[in-house]
Structure formats: C-alpha cells, structure tokens
Design a protein around this ligand. Structure first.
Ligand SMILES: Nc1ncnc2c1ncn2[C@@H]1O[C@H](COP(=O)(O)OP(=O)(O)OP(=O)(O)O)[C@@H](O)[C@H]1O
Length: 397
C-alpha cells in the first residue's frame, strides 16, 4: 500500500518541520519561488476570492468572555495558498469556522467576510449551506469526523455532488471515481464500494480531499489536514493537496501548527498569537525577513541541519483569552519588549515592506539584524532544553 495509517499526533515534531524545509529547499534549489513550494505562482492580477475584515469572535462562558479571535483580516486571491500558523488556542480554527458559518449560536461575531464580493455573515442559513461544500469546502484533521462509517466512500462522495447538483446517480458515482483517481487512490472504481474503516489514515485523508474538491470549490479551508498522519504520509498528502487544488483552480487557507508545512506550501503566511494576527506577508518575508519576535521565536526553535539537537522553545505560555494582559499579549515572553509593550497593544501595520505587516513596536530592531532568532538565544525569554524528538517546538504543543 502506498501509505499507512495514522500514528498519533505530530505537533511540531522536528521531522515534520524538516520535511517542510526540505521541500522548500529542494524547490528553491531548482530556482522556483521559495514561498509557494509546490504550488504554482499566483498572478499579480488574480481576482480576489475571499476577504476577511477585522473579524472578532468571543464566547460567553461561566468564567467570562473568551476573546478567541481579535481583528483578523486577510484577502485571498484565486489559486493562492495562505498559511495560518500559530500555537494551540491562537484562534486559527475559530476564525475559519466563522468564515464557514459553523460556530455555535452563542458566539459573538463582528467584522466582515466577503466571498467574491458577497457578504457571508449576513447570509441566510440556506444561502450559507449553498456556499459550504460547493464554493467553500473544508478538510478537517480527522477525516472520521466528516466521513460516515456506515456508508461507502463512493456513496458519500456521490451524495456530496447530489446535494448541490441534480444529476443521475450513475453520473455522480462516475465523478466520485474520477476524484478518487485524482487524489491518487489506486483502483478507484473498486474503492468506491469500500467503507471508510477499510481505508488507511492517509487514504481517508485523500478521500476527504476528493470530497472537498468534488464540486470544484473556489476555496478550500484545510484545518491541520495532515497533523494526525506520520511524517512521510504528511508530505505525500500535502503534495497531493497542492496538485489537486491546482487541477481544480481552488485557493487554500492552510491552517497548521507546523512552520515547515507553510514553508513548503504557502504563498503567504499569517502568524496568529492569542487570537490576533501578529505577522502577515509572503512566506519568504516571514522566514527570511521576520519582523515579529513571536515568529522569530518559532523559527529559532526549528532545528537546522548540523544542529546539536537542542531545541529552544519560547519560554512561558500564551495568556488567558479571558483576561488578556494590557499591551502586547506577547510582551511577557518577548526578549525585545520594553515599557511601551506592556502598555500599548501595537496594531498590525506595514513594516519596511508595505506588504509585510507586523504587530510589534520594535520590528525595526528585528530588521536591523540578519538573525532575529538570536534575541531568543541571548535575551530573556529563552530556555534551552534537550531536543528529544517529540519535545514541543517553539511553544507549539
Ligand atoms: N465554543 C467555545 N466556547 C468557548 N471557547 C471556545 C469555543 N471554541 C473555541 N474556544 C476557545 O477559543 C480559543 C481559540 O480556539 P481555536 O480552536 O481557534 O484555536 P486553534 O489556534 O485552532 O488551536 P488548535 O490548533 O488547538 O485547534 C481557544 O482558547 C478555545 O478554547
């Protein structure tokens, strides 16, 4: 079999990051755009497909108001891959669920989401259902949350088509077979009759990708699509995802803990911390001209070739989203923080490159050095631990 089943969680495991960097370096070595890795470049004049403006989401709870997302804004062009990176609880999933209209009724949502110019948040439930699965599709970490164990894969794929389009069942099944072939499932005709449990973890995730693209969506939101798979299978699935999205001309919002995944796959990257976007720019900019200390901390914790195997996670933990500290939420962990950082929260604003935004009072200090990760090695906020495989990386746990 081409790939095997899932083997547990790999959050931030060095092998996964190495794999992403290896893909990036391989592609860079061939003179192709580093940031996009496997994806085709996006033409500068490509039309915008999705726009999120100043999105906030809060959940009233017994303990207080959880400010899960605060001021997320981004625009996605046709065929573009936007990586959203951040540690657990940073608001990556909630912001995407808001776009899909999948949050519980109790969620307080403000801001604007536009899909090809249509206001999504003010749509009726029926209009949203029409958008979901057809124009905007979603891939989850665990395919078993989306695949029903009691129906065959072929039936479920055909249903996904028939719920949006009237056509003979035979035609829907033919489309299902075509999609299974597209995502690299061997003997797709026979596999239509398999139940999800008869697939390996990697094959189930391929089936999820088939389900996501079967209606030719404009946008795919992939939330940790490979986190539950082992490293080799992760790379295969990500490569397939990029190949398939180019085949159907979809854009992707790729949500991940794993900077390596973003390095290989995303044209642009949005880094989130404590519910806020803290850095946004081309993936090249984020990796090579980092302007936000949190991102520098994450990058500094990636083991590089020749490293002695010592990882440097960012010391401390993210703040409570119920009682955020005044000023910059990263300041208690930040080696370059000064007084102003504990008093005023910096806006996400242009840096020395107008398309590279950072939420930092001191981005110019990072711009003044070739290696902004050094602040974490030298300054307060650094903790060096023996880097056994599986140790948390960059506070990602
Ligand atoms: N229904 C809810 N009620 C209260 N709090 C919630 C609810 N859903 C999410 N949250 C909180 O919102 C915050 C952001 O969660 P989110 O799932 O977006 O994080 P994430 O960055 O995607 O992390 P992970 O990678 O672990 O999924 C978390 O603190 C989470 O506990």
């Amino acid at each position: 079999m081409e790939d095997e089943g899932s083997s547990g969680t790999l959050y931030g495991e060095p092998d996964a990051i190495d794999k992403g960097l290896e893909i990036r370096d391989r592609v860079a070595g061939e003179g192709v755009q580093v940031s996009s890795g496997l994806a085709d470049p996006v033409p500068a004049d490509a039309p915008e497909v999705l726009r999120v403006e100043d999105l906030t989401v809060a959940f009233p709870t017994e303990d207080g108001l959880v400010k899960a997302v605060r001021g997320v804004s981004y625009a996605l062009k046709e065929r573009e891959v936007l990586g959203i990176v951040g540690e657990s609880g940073s608001g990556k999933s909630v912001s995407s669920m808001a776009v899909m209209g999948l949050l519980p009724k109790s969620a307080r949502i403000t801001g604007k989401v536009s899909f090809r110019g249509q206001d999504v948040l003010s749509m009726s439930a029926r209009q949203r259902r029409g958008l979901r699965g057809k124009r905007i599709a979603m891939i989850f970490q665990d395919p078993m949350t989306a695949l029903n164990p009691v129906y065959t894969v072929g039936f479920q794929l055909a249903e996904a088509v028939l719920s949006h389009e009237l056509m003979p069942k035979k035609q829907a099944l033919a489309r299902a077979e075509e999609m299974l072939a597209l995502v690299g499932i061997p003997q797709p005709k026979t596999r239509l009759d398999s139940y999800p449990h008869e697939f390996s973890g990697g094959m189930r995730q391929r089936a999820m990708i088939a389900m996501a693209v079967i209606n030719n969506p404009d946008v795919i939101i992939a939330d940790e699509p490979t986190t539950a798979l082992d490293v080799t299978v992760q790379a295969q699935i990500l490569e397939k995802l990029i190949e398939v999205k180019d085949a159907v001309n979809a854009a992707i919002v790729l949500i991940t803990h794993d900077l390596g995944v973003v390095a290989g796959m995303a044209h642009r990257t949005l880094v989130m911390y404590a519910g806020r976007p803290v850095e946004l720019g081309s993936t090249d900019e984020i990796f090579y001209r980092t302007r936000m200390p949190y991102t520098a901390g994450l990058l500094g914790s990636i083991p590089s070739a020749g490293d002695t195997g010592r990882l440097r996670p960012i010391k401390g933990a993210p703040p409570s989203l119920i009682s955020l500290p005044p000023g910059c939420p990263f300041s208690p962990r930040c080696p370059v923080a000064t007084d102003i950082c504990t008093k005023e929260e910096p806006p996400l604003a242009p840096t020395d490159d107008p398309d590279h935004l950072a939420a930092c009072h001191h981005w110019d200090r990072l711009a003044a050095t070739d290696d902004p990760t050094r602040f974490f090695r030298e300054g307060p906020g650094t903790e060096t631990v023996a880097g056994a495989a599986g140790a948390p990386v960059g506070g990602i746990a």
